[in-house]
Design a protein around this ligand. Structure first.
Ligand SMILES: Cc1cc2nc3c(=O)[nH]c(=O)nc-3n(C[C@H](O)[C@H](O)[C@H](O)COP(=O)(O)O)c2cc1C
Length: 363
């Protein structure tokens, strides 16, 4: 039924993907071991979903400093690389493709994760949100504003993490530059008041992102690198939109055209309603797709029909599905035959163990 849209093969980087139904990155907090390493449980979860055109994994911290939640996996230690290898082998055995999402939460962390030292951010501005620490939810704090040397060190952490991902067998990586985490914190005035080369103009606010992109793409090849943006994020993690926000994201997306080999740009529609938010863009794909010449992925709130339509109208090349993939490991098959989708249980999104993780049945 959707032969010309969702089921039309798509070339992404060096890969021929059988469909355009992608699995969105989703934190599931099952790495509840001292190493924060993925396990055979992760391998089972992702392999159950291997019919997705492309799986993008949960955000994985690039360093100890990058962590912001309990039990999220990392990609900076040997044990984590070994754990991820279980996952990539299991997905590849089923002929799937899988990218790892590289994550640094910046100021959405808490001193409890860092022996009492402060989380880091472009500027010393408390997001006034909550961080989920080993001893439960705690108020966020005013972060340490990064020095230029510290910024350069984080760029290197992203690069090392990308190299680790490739050695763990991933087909590529997605740079998490969305949802109010560290890279996003550089893009917005509410979190970045720097007066040096990393703040002020759109080019300066985008500098850290492009340094990360250059370092990651320069080491593993841009064909294996995707990026994720959420331009209309507003009202969570201390992120608010102002008159400069969308122009900064337009600058970023325009400049992505200088990277013709980039695997894809993945843009998220507003996660919260923005009808009454001044300066926000309501239809992200319709606004940003025309600015970018590469492969464009859209996400957030789609069903099969609306996903078909956005591709048919030319506003996206693929659609990523989030919660639908939690509850429907065989989502691709369900879309193919037009069957109903199960609903995910939000109570088990982040709880340890198999319940609500690998026990959703196929049709
Ligand atoms: C349980 C859960 C965890 C998530 N974790 C991440 C994450 O690690 N990285 C990310 O970029 N987005 C994350 N998201 C956002 C999803 O990628 C996606 O944008 C969101 O679910 C909207 O898509 P949907 O309407 O198809 O579910 C998460 C969403 C959910 C439901």
């Amino acid at each position: 039924m959707y032969d010309q849209t969702l089921f039309r093969p798509l070339r992404v980087g060096p890969y021929d993907l059988p469909n355009r139904i992608f699995m969105a990155p989703m934190t599931r907090s099952r790495a509840d071991n001292p190493e924060n390493a993925p396990t055979s449980l992760h391998a089972l979860y992702y392999s159950q979903r291997a019919t997705a055109g492309l799986i993008i994994t949960e955000g994985s911290q690039i360093s100890k400093q990058g962590v912001g939640y309990i039990n999220t996996p990392g990609i900076y230690s040997a044990a984590q690389i070994e754990g991820w290898r279980l996952v990539t082998n299991a997905v590849h055995e089923k002929s799937g493709h899988i990218f790892l999402q590289l994550w640094h939460v910046g100021r959405i962390s808490h001193p409890d994760f860092h022996d009492g030292t402060l989380p880091v951010a472009p500027s010393a501005i408390n997001p006034h949100d909550r961080s989920y620490t080993p001893s439960g939810f705690k108020e966020t704090v005013t972060p340490h504003d990064l020095t230029i040397d510290e910024i350069h060190a984080i760029v290197q952490d992203f690069k090392k993490a990308a190299v680790n991902a490739i050695s763990a067998g991933f087909d590529g990586v997605e740079i998490h530059s969305a949802n109010g985490y560290l890279i996003h914190q550089f893009f917005t005035n509410c979190s970045n008041t720097r007066t040096d080369a990393y703040g002020g103009s759109p080019a300066n606010m985008a500098r850290f992102f492009f340094e990360v992109l250059d370092a990651v793409g320069g080491s593993i090849g841009f064909k294996k690198v995707g990026i994720r943006l959420n331009p209309s994020a507003h009202g969570f993690f201390g992120i608010t939109i102002d008159q400069d926000t969308i122009p900064t994201f337009e600058y970023v997306v325009n400049r992505l055209n200088d990277y013709p080999d980039l695997a894809y740009a993945h843009l998220v529609e507003p996660m919260l309603p923005v009808d009454n938010v001044p300066y926000a863009v309501k239809d992200i794909a319709k606004h940003f797709r025309p600015l970018y010449r590469g492969t464009f992925i859209t996400n957030c709130g789609y069903n099969a029909e609306s996903a078909h339509r956005i591709i048919a109208e030319g506003y996206a090349d693929a659609v990523a599905f989030g919660s639908a993939f939690i509850a429907n490991p065989d989502l691709v098959e369900r879309i193919r035959i037009g069957s109903l989708w199960a609903t995910a249980d939000t109570n088990t999104y982040y709880t340890p163990g198999p319940k609500g993780y690998v026990d959703y049945p196929t049709l």
